[in-house]
Design a protein around this ligand. Structure first.
Ligand SMILES: Nc1ncnc2c1ncn2[C@@H]1O[C@H](COP(=O)(O)OP(=O)(O)OP(=O)(O)O)[C@@H](O)[C@H]1O
Ligand SMILES: C[C@H](N)[C@H](N)CCCCCC(=O)O
Ligand SMILES: [Mg+2]
Length: 233
């Protein structure tokens, strides 16, 4: 099984949008695909319990048919930082709890498991004055030695966010197998110059470019893979 973690330069940069396109593209070479959204903040009440749009998107794009709760085991209603929602509801958000859910997803024997983060790389799972008592979502990714794909939301400010995220991934001892340029805004001035800058600053290949979809629907855009895509996947 290949275990890929999808991180982004921030919340709302297109991790889910790109994950859906990746799951679509990967099923040719990896028949059993599974998207996994361990923590979702921002859910709607349904008759079956809380439901999150990202997790539903991943569920629909996966070839493995499984229960919602496997794909999204930890769901909070308010669209806020998950550790704050967890504290309010006295829910244990930790690497050990996430690992239990991760093992459950792995037990379905996917050829590829695509785990979508929440927010950016250093998302807190718990906050404590004492550094040794803190946990971050990145600790969970490091614990399972996942390969990381960085989604860069191509908008002003992304250079700083992309370089800092890349540095943190490396510092955590993980491999960023590539980055994806997602045109999440209608127009970015000097887009090509920004893309070229990132190809020089990030020591990881550009795997694909995703055009802007004016209707915000990932089914309406083509996923433009580079020559590096097939080397990585
Ligand atoms: N290439 C694109 N073209 C048009 N709209 C896009 C594109 N990428 C993302 N969007 C839109 O931007 C919004 C944020 O995207 P998305 O939900 O995928 O972000 P995210 O990084 O997964 O956020 P979160 O941190 O909440 O999981 C969505 O409305 C999505 O449809
Ligand atoms: C609600 C939002 N869309 C995400 N699900 C959660 C983003 C948390 C970001 C936390 C932070 O880094 O400030
Ligand atoms: Mg998302």
């Amino acid at each position: 099984m290949r275990s890929i973690f999808i991180t982004g330069t921030d919340t709302d940069v297109g991790k889910t949008f790109v994950s859906k396109l990746m799951l679509d593209a990967l099923k040719k070479d990896y028949p059993r695909t599974l998207g996994f959204k361990p923590i979702a903040a921002g859910c709607e009440h349904s008759t079956n319990g809380l439901r999150n749009e990202d997790a539903l998107t991943l569920q629909a794009a996966s070839t493995i048919d499984t229960d919602y709760n496997v794909i999204n085991p930890i769901a909070f209603e308010p669209p806020i930082a998950p550790h704050i929602a967890a504290a309010t509801q006295q829910v244990d958000l930790s690497v050990s709890v996430l690992s239990r859910h991760y093992k459950n997803a792995c037990s379905l024997a996917p050829d590829i498991l695509l785990t979508e983060g929440a927010g950016g790389w250093r998302l807190p799972l718990s906050a404590n004055k004492h550094a040794e008592k803190r946990e971050f979502l990145s600790d969970f990714v490091a614990h399972h030695k996942m390969q990381v794909v960085l989604v860069v939301g191509m908008r002003l400010g992304c250079l700083n966010h992309a370089v800092l995220t890349y540095e943190a991934i490396k510092k955590d001892g993980l491999t960023c197998v590539g980055w994806i340029a997602n045109r999440c805004v209608a127009s970015m001035l000097n887009y090509e110059d920004n893309k070229q800058t990132l190809t020089k600053l990030l020591d990881a290949p550009l795997l694909a470019e995703v055009p802007y979809a004016s209707n915000k629907n990932a089914s309406c855009v083509s996923f433009n893979k580079t020559e590096y895509w097939s080397q990585v996947f």
